[in-house]
Design a protein around this ligand. Structure first.
Ligand code: ASC
Length: 150
């Protein structure tokens, strides 16, 4: 029993310590994964943007649902930027792997703003939604300008 517990602990420690890249079978999978996650985020973020910009009528429930999807999905792409995933079908610049602290900071800031967006969406107040959408969009753009090919 003690051995089983130790083995379980060892396995748990091992998996926790595994580098992100090891979660993928090959680098192409990691690149596809992060691009897919970011694509889904963009789709749902865009649906909120359409409301914020008055292109479609404001629907608070839909805005909140979309904001929750974006906020949840925003946790995912980063595991796909592991070592060895800097070349191939990607628009990521080398800075992603050279300025890791800055990249991580951008991810954190974005997640904070997306959490605020989800809260604003739930308030049902269009002005709050617009403001939070603008702030969240700036975090997307800020990183893209520094870390993504034009
Ligand atoms: C999106 C999307 C982006 C960001 C950015 C915000 O919906 O695909 O890359 O928002 O345009 O400034």
């Amino acid at each position: 029993m003690k051995h089983l517990a130790l083995a379980t602990l060892a396995a748990a420690t091992l998996f926790t310590a595994l580098p992100a890249a090891a979660q993928f079978q090959k680098p192409e999978d990691a690149i596809k994964y992060r691009r897919s996650a970011l694509f889904v985020m963009g789709q749902h973020f865009g649906r909120i943007g359409a409301m914020a910009q008055g292109k479609v009528p404001f629907d608070a429930a839909a805005a909140a649902a979309n904001a929750d999807v974006v906020a949840s999905m925003a946790k995912l792409p980063w595991a796909g930027f592991g070592p060895g995933t800097d070349s191939g079908d990607t628009n990521a610049l080398p800075e992603v792997w050279l300025e890791t602290e800055k990249f991580k900071g951008g991810q954190q800031k974005m997640q904070e703003e997306l959490a605020k967006l989800a809260t604003a969406a739930k308030s049902g107040n269009l002005d709050q939604l617009k403001a939070a959408f603008g702030d969240a969009g700036k975090t997307c753009k800020g990183c893209h300008e520094h870390f993504k090919k034009k």
